[in-house]
Each structure stands twice: as structure tokens, then as C-alpha cells.
Design a protein around this ligand. Structure first.
Ligand SMILES: Cc1cc2nc3c(=O)[nH]c(=O)nc-3n(C[C@H](O)[C@H](O)[C@H](O)COP(=O)(O)OP(=O)(O)OC[C@H]3O[C@@H](n4cnc5c(N)ncnc54)[C@H](O)[C@@H]3O)c2cc1C
Length: 313
């Protein structure tokens, strides 16, 4: 099989990958985009997206990603429904392999492989996760629970941030912390403690999320005393961390402790020349569709400038 060579290869088909594809196609880079196992990315599993600009009435997640895909295709992006399973960034051109073991060479690679939320692993969590009251993103879904009592699981900075965000929308936020202290930074802990409507339940874990078709309550268990308590809530937010989908790059690309790709300040450049990273794979801070699209745009513009600088275009 002959080895294909492309100027720009994009890995991932969420908001970051498709936005990079729109910009790269319109810049005449003839990009090839590999969708991976989840064409459309994380938004394919949600119904209402109400915070993406340009949709005044909100939009269904899969519909929005279908629009992204069509826009990238309209400008000629070559969209391929396969995974990238291996990369070699040791020299130029960059090499990648698809799941059907095809070797592809590329002058620039844009990594847009996203991240996945970690879940507790409860059956009830799955049952209610499709807009039934369980979420892993307060900024995305908190608004739907305005005026209702909610819970946040976790004791790190993300959990503290989610609890604080929800405390401005909801009468009471119950925070479940597994230990008798939080992992969150002192400043975040202080902010949580100073919020009167956040109740921290120490040494507490989720025993069950209760309800018929929607969340109505949670049963928590104190892991010191084994005492179980039922608390009425409408929204249950899991904030125990995310796992960036960056395993195949770790030999070549500098990652942080969690696995997020490190990029240069104000840029999507990685430590490897000609390799750029955008979206949730490099963003532990915002993790929103609009920020993923924004950094996807940056990656394509930076790839185009790089190709010009090295004389390829
Ligand atoms: C349930 C839910 C609801 C959400 N609601 C909102 C909301 O209302 N508003 C909002 O702004 N944000 C929301 N978010 C967050 C938003 O979905 C993400 O911030 C956004 O999707 C990140 O985009 P991305 O392109 O970086 O990655 P992702 O959307 O995670 O896409 C990653 C892509 O990479 C592909 N991929 C991974 N590995 C490989 C590989 N090896 N080879 C090829 N492809 C690969 C995957 O198949 C996927 O297509 C929500 C998230 C979830 C889970």
C-alpha cells in the first residue's frame, strides 16, 4: 500500500477538530480529518446546548455536530471514519497509523481528541445521565436546575468550582466529599466554606441516585459510620475529574500530570514542531464547545503559518 502524504491531518471530530477543518480547508490546506470512535465528539450524547452562540433557541447536541460536519465537508475536508492508533513524531514528516494499519505522513498534525468525564460507575448514574438529572458539567447544565436543590460529588478544585457556580443558581448545593478534607486549593476551600448555601457532607459517598424517570433524591452513606441519609435533589453533578484522550501521544508530546497536552502560552503549539493541540485535549480549565472551537481555529491558523514559514505552501 503506498503511503499517503498530506499537508494537514486532523485527529478528532468534536467542535475543535471540525473548526480546525473549516479553517484549514478554506486556507487550501486540503485537510484530512479522522473522526475516531465518536464522530461528533462529546456533544453527541447531550440534548440541549443553550450556550453556543448563533443558536438563539438552543440546539440539540447531535444536530449541532451535524452542522459542524457539513460545514467542514462543504469546504472539501476529507472526513474519514477511523481511529488513529499510533503516531511517530520523531522526525519530519510526522507519521500516523490508522486502525486499519495504514501509514500516513503529514506536514502538520492537529490533535483534537478531547477528554472524557470520569463517572462514579453507578447504574443509576447511567440511567439519569441523558438529561434525567445527572451531569458532569455545571456550566453546561446548571441553568436547567435554577431554583432547585442539587448535589456535587468531588473534593478537588473542579468540584469546588462547580459547587460555587451552582450556588449562584440553586437554593442549596450539597457537596459530597469522600474524606474529611478537600483536595481543592485553600483559596477554593475558603470560597466554598464562605458560601452559606453550600453544605459540605464530609466522609460521604453516593449510595444511590433515586427517582423514577428523573432524579428526585440521593442516598448518601457516611464511610466512617455507615449511616445512610436520603436528601431530596433534582440535579446530581459528578465532578471527580476528566481523562484526556492523549495516550497515543505521550511518548512524543509533553503532557501534564493528568494527561492534558501542554501548549505554548497564547498558542496551540506543542513541544513538537508542526504538531498543534486544541480543545479539551489541552484545556483543563474551560472545557466548553465554544472554547474548543476557538482553539481549533487557532490550530489551523498556526498550521497554515508554519507551513508557510517552512516553505511547504
Ligand atoms: C453530556 C455533555 C454535555 C455537554 N454540554 C455542553 C454544553 O451545553 N455546552 C458546551 O459548551 N459544552 C458542553 N459540553 C462540553 C463539550 O462537549 C466539550 O467541551 C467539547 O465537546 C470539546 O470538544 P473537543 O473537540 O475538544 O473534543 P470532543 O468533543 O471530546 O471530541 C473528541 C473527538 O476526538 C475523537 N478521537 C479521540 N481519540 C481519537 C483517536 N485516537 N483517533 C481519532 N479520533 C479520536 C473522538 O472520536 C471525538 O470525535 C458537554 C459535555 C458533555 C459530556
Amino acid at each position: 500500500m503506498s503511503i499517503q502524504h498530506h499537508k494537514c491531518l486532523i485527529i478528532g471530530s468534536g467542535p475543535a477538530g471540525y473548526t480546525a477543518a473549516v479553517y484549514a480547508s478554506r486556507a487550501n490546506l486540503s485537510p484530512v480529518l479522522y473522526t475516531g470512535k465518536e464522530p461528533g465528539g462529546q456533544l453527541m450524547i447531550t440534548t440541549d446546548v443553550e450556550n453556543y452562540p448563533g443558536y438563539p433557541d438552543g440546539v440539540n447536541g447531535p444536530q449541532m455536530m451535524d452542522d459542524f460536519q457539513k460545514q467542514a465537508a462543504r469546504f472539501g475536508t476529507d472526513i474519514r471514519y477511523e481511529m488513529i492508533t499510533k503516531v511517530d513524531f520523531s522526525g519530519k514528516p510526522h507519521k500516523v497509523w490508522t486502525e486499519s494499519d495504514e501509514e500516513i505522513h503529514a506536514d502538520t498534525v492537529i490533535i483534537a481528541t478531547g477528554a472524557s468525564a470520569k463517572w462514579l460507575g453507578l447504574e443509576s448514574e447511567k440511567k439519569f445521565s441523558d438529561n434525567g438529572g445527572v451531569s458532569a458539567c455545571a456550566v453546561c447544565d446548571g441553568f436547567f436546575y435554577k431554583g432547585m436543590d442539587v448535589a456535587v460529588v468531588g473534593g478537588g478544585d473542579t468540584a469546588a468550582e462547580e459547587a460555587l457556580y451552582l450556588s449562584n443558581l440553586c437554593p442549596t448545593v450539597h457537596m459530597l466529599v469522600r474524606r474529611d478534607e478537600m483536595r481543592a486549593s485553600q483559596i477554593m476551600q475558603n470560597r466554598v466554606k464562605n458560601k452559606e448555601n453550600i453544605i459540605v457532607h464530609w466522609n460521604s459517598e453516593t449510595d444511590e441516585i433515586l427517582g423514577d424517570t428523573e432524579v428526585e433524591a440521593m442516598r448518601i452513606v457516611n464511610n466512617k459510620t455507615n449511616e445512610k441519609t436520603e436528601i431530596p435533589i433534582k440535579g446530581f453533578f459528578v465532578a471527580i475529574g476528566h481523562k484526556p484522550n492523549t495516550g497515543i501521544f505521550k511518548e512524543w508530546i509533553t503532557l501534564d500530570d493528568v494527561g492534558y497536552i501542554k501548549t505554548a502560552a497564547d498558542s496551540t503549539k506543542t513541544n513538537v514542531e508542526g504538531v498543534f493541540a486544541c480543545g479539551d485535549a489541552q484545556d483543563s480549565m474551560y472545557r466548553q464547545a465554544v472554547t474548543a472551537a476557538g482553539t481549533g481555529c487557532m490550530s489551523a491558523l498556526e498550521a497554515e503559518r508554519y507551513l508557510g514559514e517552512v516553505g511547504i505552501i
